[in-house]
Design a binder for this molecule. Structure first.
Ligand code: ZN
Length: 135
């Protein structure tokens, strides 16, 4: 006796156009593709949402590392995964071997952006060993 397993289907949000749902569902068993779709949508979202700082704006406001990922939060912050330098010129990071990546959260604050250090994990407690979030 064989058991046929139906794939687990999640109900798509009403706002999702059918053609997008159709396309995404063809990649339902490809986590790498789904992650790429999620990350790309997050970057587009940050641009489309005028309240959120754009990826370009975020990148321009910090030049001491590299940005790995953007992820808009539901709390008004944009979460940014970055590899960073620690500022010590004798450290390996001065030769390009950066620390991290670490999560930071960013939001608009007047004419500028406010950054806060989050930690190694986006939903974990701030890691006391991580770099300071200051300027
Ligand atoms: Zn360093």
């Amino acid at each position: 006796m064989s058991v046929t397993r139906e794939p687990t289907m999640t109900e798509p949000p009403d706002e999702l156009p059918t053609y997008v749902e159709d396309t995404i569902s063809t990649h339902a068993d490809e986590p790498d593709v789904l992650a790429a779709i999620r990350d790309y949508a997050a970057e587009l979202y940050a641009v489309a949402d005028e309240e959120s700082p754009s990826p370009d704006e975020i990148a321009a406001s910090r030049n001491d590392g590299t940005i790995e990922r953007f992820q808009p939060g539901t709390d008004g912050w944009t979460y940014v995964n970055r590899k960073v330098t620690c500022g010590d010129e004798t450290c390996k990071c001065a030769d390009g071997e950066l620390h991290g990546p670490y999560w930071y959260k960013v939001r608009r604050d007047g004419d500028g952006l406010t950054w806060e250090y989050v930690g190694k994990e986006i939903d974990g407690d701030a890691d006391a060993d991580g770099p300071a979030a200051g300027d």
